[in-house]
Design a protein around this ligand. Structure first.
Ligand code: C2E
Ligand code: MG
Ligand code: MG
Length: 460
């Protein structure tokens, strides 16, 4: 009796142990698959790429073979997503992964999803010329339209390439080089694909250094490395100043003056534009209260400042603290702002305008808006981009575009500022087209606050 009880107990225990180990095995398999595979696309994960490509590099070293890593990234991913319906962004990533898998397989390589919208391909037996051919093939495949929810969507891509063994010997090194090759040179959009070179690494190191220096400069109590210059915005006919645009200058203790394009790009990339932008607003408003009553102050706003919460209360606080009338403040925004979070940004701009602050659309014409789009934006001014003005004298097409824009803005009672007026010829053409307000080196270069104060003293 006792023996049979013990036997039954043993059998139950063995059964339970067997069930537990099956469960563990199953869980281990699921876990291993999760580590190997990207859950969304079913392709390789970064971890699995490290393992497989690492082993491949090992073999390539022994057999003196070459190879290349390609980092593939969406161009303007957020903008594309803004066009998609819920879930379609995931579907798009799946389709992209499928196309890449086909190409990688055909070339005897492998592909992994190595970021939210980034993929890495490792292709054997590729030299510099081969890398160019692979990039052309990848871009050709990827830039063809995608079918999503019955619609055709075009997505554009950029590819950064790095060669083994020329640029690196480990997966990490090669991926890093390919990533650096993807960064646009000096804040400009570059070609659709770029092969890494070591000068790029130095440039990236410089940028990282600059970001660090910018952080330090922002932590000094009196922000002594920063200064605002002001450029007059004038009546193009009489030359009378109507206001000034505040333009940031960073006096780096070692490098000297850093271009505002680079400063703003680094500040945006690092998020430092939020505290820096708050300082710019505060400084511009406190200097502008000393100007003649008729002068406005234009302050540039970055998209990141709109994204961060608290812009409207910040503007209200600064106006109150400095005593500047909201009617004297013009906030300049760019068109790209409206691509993301359209509704949110419209609300913010409306809140600012209801306080009495004006909004200007800066650099109009070099972004995404169509003329028709202008009708729906809560703006008080349009500033035409310098690129149209600089070609006014030589290019009839530019004259036609500018003339069409003035016609539309006049119909909408939207005042226009022509930016970057440099010659008398441009001024005359603009006057003939009905443009009254102008800004540019012809009418006044950006100057330190004290020079603008002296100009103001002559007016009042
Ligand atoms: P923006 O807001 O369109 O400013 C006008 C830029 O055109 C200024 O360049 C100005 O110096 C330049 N400019 C004006 N007239 C002429 C001209 O006749 N010919 C030529 N060739 N250039 C002219 P800057 O100061 O280098 O600023 C470049 C950009 O950096 C600005 O373009 C703006 O987008 C950004 N930026 C400058 N300061 C700030 C700032 O305080 N905050 C933010 N968010 N962005 C700023
Ligand atoms: Mg501006
Ligand atoms: Mg501009």
């Amino acid at each position: 009796m006792r023996e049979s009880y013990l036997l039954a107990l043993c059998l139950t225990l063995v059964g339970a142990l067997a069930a537990i180990s099956v469960l563990f095995l199953r869980r281990e398999r699921v876990l291993r698959r999760a580590l190997m595979q990207d859950e969304l696309t079913g392709g390789l994960s970064q971890r699995e790429l490290d393992r497989r490509a690492g082993a491949w590099l090992e073999r390539a070293r022994e057999r003196a073979r070459r190879g290349a890593f390609f980092l593939v990234r969406f161009e303007q991913y957020a903008e594309i997503c803004a066009l998609l319906r819920a879930g379609e962004d995931r579907e798009l990533l799946v389709q992209v992964a499928q196309r890449l898998r086909v190409t990688a397989r055909a070339l005897g390589g492998m592909v992994a999803r190595t970021g939210i919208h980034t993929f890495t391909l490792c292709i054997p037996d590729v030299d510099e010329d081969g890398a160019a051919q692979v990039c052309a093939k990848l871009l050709g495949d990827l830039n063809a339209p995608y079918r999503l929810g019955g619609r055709q969507i075009i997505a554009l891509f950029r590819v950064g390439a790095a060669l083994y063994p020329d640029h690196g010997r480990s997966v990490q090194e090669l991926q890093r080089c390919a990533r650096v090759a993807l960064l646009p040179p000096d804040g400009q959009e570059g070609a659709s694909w770029t092969l890494f070179n070591f000068r790029m690494l130095a440039r990236e190191r410089d940028r990282q250094g600059l970001e660090n220096d910018l952080r330090l400069a922002l932590s000094t109590p009196d922000m002594e490395q920063f200064e605002l210059y002001y450029q007059p915005v004038c009546d193009g006919g009489t030359g009378t100043v109507q206001g000034c645009e505040a333009l940031l200058r960073w006096h780096h203790p070692v490098l000297g003056s850093v271009s505002p394009g680079i400063t703003i790009e680094i500040a945006e990339r690092s998020g430092l534009i939020v505290p820096l932008g708050a300082w710019i607003l505060e400084r511009a408003c406190s200097q502008a209260v000393q100007w003649p009553a008729a002068w406005r102050v234009h302050v540039n706003l970055s998209v990141k400042q709109m994204e961060a919460d608290g812009l409207v209360p910040l503007v209200a606080r600064v106006l109150e603290a400095t005593g500047l009338s909201p009617r004297k403040l013009v906030l300049e925004i760019t068109e790209s702002l409206f691509i993301l979070h359209y509704e949110k940004h419209i609300k913010i701009l409306n809140a600012l305008r209801s306080m009495g602050v004006s909004v200007a659309l800066d650099d109009f014409g070099c972004g995404y808006s169509s003329l028709n789009h202008l009708r729906h934006l809560p703006i008080d001014w349009v500033k035409i981009d310098r690129s149209f003005i600089s070609t006014l004298e030589s290019d009839a097409g530019s004259r036609e575009v500018v003339s069409a824009l003035f016609g539309l803005c006049q119909a909408m009672r939207l005042p226009v500022v022509a930016e970057g007026v440099e010659t008398e010829g441009q001024r005359e053409i603009l006057k003939a087209l009905g443009c009254r307000v102008m800004q540019g080196f012809l009418l006044g270069r950006p100057a330190p606050a004290c020079e603008i104060q002296a100009l103001a003293a002559g007016v009042s």
